[in-house]
Write a protein that binds this ligand. Structure first.
Ligand code: FES
Ligand code: FES
Length: 161
């Protein structure tokens, strides 16, 4: 395999929110930066940049993943979904997003995209979680605003439905 020269850029092709896209990046570029700066998917937020806060969570092949702990080159040929994938074509909120709105589960909204993506993955695997299970998922996310009660209520609303 050919080794890359310093600062050499590589072309990365990915299916982003159902659409095939490609852009160049240095091999050391984080997926979070690739999404935001190369592909314009700025709904993915960046907080801590070292895997603690969960704000940068996206789905890679359906699995919730910290995009700040993933290199852009690792998603070559794979499917990535960001928060932009959730609303309908006409901008209608999906049930999880609507539940967040209904239950005041966000204030500044900085943590929200990552939490929505984590629960998108989790609810697909466990559609009727207990409150303890919901809180366990939330262990992986920091919110400075809401105190989490609204978020738990929102997920419970969807889990019941
Ligand atoms: S920005 Fe990735 S976990 Fe905080
Ligand atoms: S809504 Fe502000 S950080 Fe969570």
């Amino acid at each position: 395999m050919r080794s890359l020269k310093k600062d050499e850029r590589v072309r990365i092709g990915v299916t982003l929110n159902g659409r095939k896209v490609a852009a160049e990046a240095e091999p050391r570029m984080l997926l979070s930066d690739f999404l935001r700066h190369a592909l314009g998917a700025t709904g993915t937020h960046v907080g801590c940049e070292h895997g603690i806060c969960g704000a940068c969570t996206v789905l890679i092949d359906g699995v919730a993943t910290r995009s700040c702990l993933t290199l852009a080159v690792q998603v070559e040929g794979r499917e990535v979904k960001t928060v932009e994938s959730l609303a309908g074509a006409n901008g209608a909120l999906n049930p999880l997003q609507q539940a967040f709105r209904d239950n005041h589960a966000l204030q500044c909204g900085f943590c929200t995209p990552g939490i929505l993506m984590s629960f998108t993955d989790y609810l697909a695997r466990n559609p009727h979680p207990s409150e303890a299970e919901i809180r366990d998922v939330l262990n992986g996310h920091l919110c400075r605003c809401t105190g989490y009660a609204g978020i738990v209520k929102a997920v419970k609303q969807v889990a019941k439905g």
